[in-house]
Design a protein. Structure first.
Length: 187
């Protein structure tokens, strides 16, 4: 009986007592264009073009809107046999931080915060934290890696939290693709 009670508590507890984040698998990439480091820096400094190229995935996406460093959209997805629509708004901020990378790499900390999103999102996922490390291979080629974590909110629910996690986690690869495409589009 005690085992059943412990399992019930673990499955249906409101707050999560495990790690405070979910780790997204490491993503390696290359960008080949003239002056890729300068273009990457401009993309991160002025992310509106990146966010316009960003094509959210993992749900039916409607009403996407981009303003400066903010993107918003409605995401509809089925979870526990119910179709749920949530409003997601994300603000992208970045800063250079070479201390997070190897000596010969340039580092950027990127935060994608979800303040202003529906409560289902903000009560479960606070933000995506990204460590982006790049290295110039030639004047026309950089290689890099992206380490992302989804930071849980204090009220992460073991019941509905995975729904929010799935929607937000599905955005990491499309954000990287948009970053890549925006760097390539600059002249």
């Amino acid at each position: 009986m005690k085992k059943i009670l412990l399992i019930f508590i673990a499955l249906f507890t409101v707050n999560s007592f495990a790690e405070d984040f979910f780790t997204v698998p490491l993503i390696n990439f290359q960008i080949a264009t003239s002056h890729p480091l300068e273009k990457l820096e401009m993309t991160l400094k002025y992310p509106e073009g990146l966010l316009k190229r960003f094509a959210p995935e993992g749900a039916k996406i409607t009403r996407k809107k981009v303003t400066n460093n903010n993107v918003s959209f409605n995401a509809t997805k089925s979870y526990l046999f119910i179709s749920q629509t949530v409003y997601v708004t994300g603000t992208l901020d970045s800063k250079e931080n070479n201390a997070i990378c190897a000596k010969n790499e340039i580092g950027y900390e990127i935060n994608f915060k979800f303040e202003g999103s529906d409560s289902l999102v903000v009560e479960n996922i606070d933000r995506i934290e990204v460590k982006l490390c790049v290295k110039e291979i030639t004047n026309n080629l950089i290689s890099g890696n992206l380490k992302a974590k989804l930071i849980k909110s204090n009220n992460f629910s073991n019941i509905i939290g995975p729904f929010a996690k799935d929607i937000i986690e599905a955005q990491v690869n499309p954000l990287l693709k948009a970053l890549h495409d925006d760097v390539l589009s600059q002249h």
